[in-house]
Design a protein around this ligand. Structure first.
Ligand code: PMP
Ligand code: GLU
Length: 390
């Protein structure tokens, strides 16, 4: 018999739909997929060259569990340089993608009955990681009127004696909302005096638009620094989704120590070649290529938002970051799952139902796809709505 825990776990909806779209495509169907949260760009040549060199040098053996010293130093330097955060290399653990870091974190922190506050809409994976660890999700609802951001009062109302952690994602997947420094400060004020941890998922920090700047939650104050676990990776910023590199950092030596223990009994270290390549991915020398991808994403965002907001039955809050549009389809239907199934079947367009992110009546459209596909995809979505007469 399978464990009770595993029987309650759901598969990742984002992965499920993007896998289905790829399968249909490989069968020769005319599919346009806006489902995967994955840059369409290739990993920069500079980074690939480091990997080739590592292979040629025979860097193919086990390494220390949290990662090689030079990699941990590169993460520490990056966090200092870009995020104004001081972490010793010994306070950092690299894992197989930020998803793995988050999994390990939930396993290390959450006990049966602990509550974790998650602003909704949320990335599909968080609630599953929390329940798999025995915890209870406490969702705090936001919508397009609030720019998909929680208020200090909402946070205050969600806190109970059982609250263990708050998960903050800025920029957000799926909405692209970004908390400003003063908004983070206001949330930090609510947490002061509590023993609540903050998991700050900063995967999309490099993808900001309209000149917006990024603030790390841990950089808000000494109090926030102590309670925050900073999580990040290279999947989105330098198009390294397949390499599986993520990390987390915390000044809490006890937490880091148990997490190293956990990883020593599961994945051990991450791929040695990825480690060498990631040192470069974290370096300033890739800033230009990151900026060229960001500029392209911004152009696509502008075009896509204009096309969507021009339609009377669709609307989208223009995202400040990441590469997703969380499109309001409520004037058409609240049943986002049915909408997405029919759209894929009738028009060959794959988007993710908002229900998977905790908000029905929306769909997530990834614009990490070429401009022509974006224009054609939105045209098909509009034809779909009009043909159905809904
Ligand atoms: N956090 C967020 C908000 C994400 O969208 C993703 C999905 N890529 C991850 C973490 C995990 O990314 P990865 O495991 O590829 O580092
Ligand atoms: N995070 C990406 C997404 O939201 C990749 C798929 C996944 O890991 O969920 O689409």
């Amino acid at each position: 018999m399978l464990s009770r825990r595993i029987q309650t776990l759901s598969s990742s909806l984002t992965i499920k739909i993007s896998t289905l779209a790829n399968k249909l495509k490989s069968e020769g169907k005319d599919i346009l997929s806006f489902s995967a949260g994955e840059p369409d760009f290739d990993t920069p040549e500079l980074i690939k060259n480091e990997a080739k060199k590592a292979l040629d040098d025979g860097f193919t053996k086990y390494t220390a569990v949290p990662g090689i010293d030079s990699l941990l130093k590169a993460v520490s330097d990056k966090l200092k340089r870009e995020n104004n955060l001081e972490y010793k290399p010994s306070q950092i653990i690299t894992s197989n993608g930020a998803k793995h870091s988050l999994f390990n974190l939930c396993q290390a922190l959450i006990d049966d009955g602990d509550e974790v506050i998650i602003p909704a809409p949320y990335w599909v994976t968080y609630p599953e990681l929390v329940t798999y660890s025995g915890g209870t999700n406490v969702f705090v609802e936001t919508d397009d009127k609030s720019g998909f951001k929680i208020t200090p009062q909402q946070l205050k109302n969600a806190i109970t004696p059982k609250t263990k952690m708050l998960i903050l994602t800025t920029p957000s997947n799926p909405t692209g909302s970004v908390y400003s420094k003063s908004e983070l400060q206001d949330l930090a004020d609510v947490l002061k005096g509590t023993d609540i941890w903050v998991c700050s998922d900063e995967m999309y920090e490099k993808l900001l638009y309209d000149g917006k700047t990024f603030t790390s939650a841990a950089a808000i104050s000494e109090d926030m620094y102590k309670r925050t676990i900073t999580v990040n990776g290279l999947s989105k910023s330098v198009a390294m989704t397949g390499w599986r590199f993520g990390y987390l950092a915390s000044p809490n030596d006890e937490l880091i120590s148990v997490m190293k223990k956990l990883q020593s009994q599961s994945a051990s270290n991450i791929n040695s070649i990825t480690q060498k390549a990631s040192i470069l991915g974290l370096d300033e020398s890739v800033d230009d290529v990151v900026e060229s991808m960001r500029t392209e994403f911004e152009k696509r965002r502008n075009v896509a938002c204009e096309l969507i907001n021009a339609h009377p039955k669709l609307s989208v809050v223009i995202p400040d970051g990441a590469f997703y549009l969380f499109i309001n389809i409520k004037a058409v239907t609240n049943d986002s799952m049915k909408f997405c199934e029919e759209l894929l079947e009738l028009k060959g367009v794959a988007v993710i139902p908002g229900i998977g992110f905790g908000s029905d009546g929306y769909v997530r459209f990834s614009f990490a796809t070429d401009m022509d596909s974006i224009k054609e995809g939105i045209k098909r979505i509009i034809e779909f709505i009009e043909q159905k007469g809904i």
